[in-house]
Design a binder for this molecule. Structure first.
Ligand SMILES: [Zn+2]
Length: 212
């Protein structure tokens, strides 16, 4: 069994969190315990299959933790007819899990980069990269930064912009109950970090700021 949070050295010497595997039996035991804690009878008919169902649901919601960005971004190809203009994928829908409450947060990610020397990745690879980081216990700010870092590392572009817009069910359903709260986070790397004009252009192409 692979230990959770196992550190692994990556080729450039920087430690990274490796692949994590789900142990369904442990999750099931935990859910059963939680039902008891909630004053329920886990052996009543409606709940008999619940621990196994919850374990399956959480395995699906966290499958990104068993993958690495390079699974999808390592195959970059050079496109000779491509210029070095911005490449953008807008409105990538995702579901993630708030690590503070284990409740989902959902939204869209917009990703853009400025290729160097025509080095590009397939658009579906960008969408899968979003899932690698979304499908795990997460915080929106870290999700945004991790997508940007992975693109910067594997595509070696001149610049990267990632914008994530999400609604958090932990905000909507409990505590402050801000039903329409909508959180926007951004991460810029390379040329898009320093050049305000370029950044504004990319954000306007993403439609950020125009949605509300
Ligand atoms: Zn939360």
């Amino acid at each position: 069994m692979i230990a959770n949070g196992l550190l692994r050295a990556v080729p450039n010497g920087r430690p990274a969190v490796g692949r994590r595997e789900v142990d369904p039996a442990r999750v099931e035991a935990g859910v059963r315990e939680m039902l008891l804690g909630l004053g329920e009878d886990p052996d009543r008919e409606g709940l008999l299959e619940t621990p196994a169902r919850v374990a399956r649901a959480f395995a699906e919601l966290t499958f990104g933790a068993s993958e690495l960005a390079e699974d999808h971004l390592s195959r970059v190809f050079a496109q000779d007819h491509a210029g070095d203009d911005v490449v953008m994928l807008k409105g990538i829908r995702f579901v993630s899990l708030c690590e503070h409450h284990l409740l989902p947060f959902t939204g869209v990610a917009h990703v853009a980069y400025l290729p160097s020397h025509g080095r590009v990745a397939g658009l579906s690879k960008l969408a899968r990269t979003v899932d690698v980081f979304a499908r795990r216990l997460q915080m929106q700010e870290r999700l945004t930064a991790e997508i940007a870092n992975a693109m910067q590392e594997h595509l070696d572009p001149r610049g990267v912009a990632v914008v994530v817009e999400a609604e958090h069910s932990c905000l909507r359903l409990r505590g402050a109950r801000k039903e329409d709260a909508h959180m926007v986070t951004t991460a810029f790397r390379g040329a898009l970090e320093g050049d305000r004009g370029l950044r504004a252009e990319v954000l306007s192409l993403m439609g950020v700021g125009a949605m509300r």
